[in-house]
Design a binder for this molecule. Structure first.
Ligand code: SF4
Length: 281
């Protein structure tokens, strides 16, 4: 059993949020540079230049990559032999969210009641926490600030098994087509297949932060990722919707066992501000 003070969890949360908001991950930066070098459309090249330059300014001047600093989503893995002391875990995460948004002068983008009041909480709390108990005595956090230009373009569909591979493929490509320029392409498209309604959505969200350039280890799913990407990049939506060959940088799919009567599919769109940061205590 290892003691982990809740104040350290708050500090780690704060640090990871600020890192995610200011520093685009290296794999995303490299993918954008590659897209820029391969793009033939002049307008799309211009858009990619702007996106890359914006990210460089954010990193240098420690300003947010985007004015939409997002709703904070946190995937937490808590070791079953970790003992959290000095306060409760969820409170510590929310303290970290508040501290990051105050110290980083980040835009507060969360409202308390979604339907009636819609009053801004003014500190971007609460973050959305997805926690799992895992073997070990540490705590690992993956922080993903989620802008809603792309979140709003995401979809879940409860397909039936007879839809098959083609039904899944069409749903993923149609989601990107319907989204058009709204999710600020080039996007990273996370897909969850299987499980239940909420499980496939969680998988899709998690897949938006999978490292780029690492296809699914199952050759069948890797082929599906490649075919989705090929079809999506043939839609001529392009960077910022200016047309061109790069509408998505990647399609990342993961799957889970499901019911004999079901084939749930979730598609979570993530914009070119594909922000995430990971750390451990
Ligand atoms: S979708 Fe992404 S890039 Fe577009 S405004 Fe929102 S956070 Fe910014």
């Amino acid at each position: 059993m290892r003691d982990i003070d809740s104040s350290d969890i708050a500090r780690l949360t704060r640090r990871l949020i600020l890192q995610a908001e200011f520093d685009i991950p290296e794999d995303v930066r490299e993918a954008l540079m590659r897209a820029r070098s391969e793009e033939t459309s002049a307008h799309a090249k211009f858009a990619l230049d702007q996106i890359i330059e914006n990210q460089e300014i954010a990193a240098t001047e420690r300003t947010p990559i985007c004015q939409d600093t997002g709703m904070i989503v946190i995937f937490a893995e808590i070791g079953q032999d970790a003992h959290i002391t000095g306060g409760n875990f969820e409170q510590a995460i929310q303290d970290g969210v508040r501290a990051a948004f105050a110290d980083g002068y980040l835009r507060a983008s969360v409202v308390d009641d979604p339907l009636f009041d819609r009053v801004n909480t003014r500190d971007n709390s609460p973050g959305v926490i997805h926690a799992r108990i895992v073997p070990g005595e540490g705590v690992r956090l993956l922080v993903t600030p989620k802008g809603f230009g792309s979140e709003n373009m995401s979809r879940v569909r409860m397909l039936t098994p007879s839809s098959g591979v083609d039904g899944v493929l069409d749903f993923i490509v149609d989601t990107a087509k319907l989204a058009g320029s709204n999710p600020c392409p080039p996007t990273i498209i996370g897909v969850g297949i299987g499980g239940t309604l909420e499980q496939c959505a969680l998988i899709a969200k998690r897949m938006t932060a999978r490292p780029l350039g690492k296809p699914n280890s199952d050759a069948r799913y890797a082929a599906l990722e490649a075919e989705c990407l090929r079809r999506i990049n043939s839609l001529n939506i392009g960077a910022a919707g200016f047309g061109g060959s790069c509408t998505a940088l990647a399609v990342h799919i993961d799957h889970a066992p499901t019911h004999i009567a079901g084939l749930p599919v979730a598609v979570n769109m993530c914009c070119h501000a594909a922000r995430h940061a990971e750390g451990m205590l």
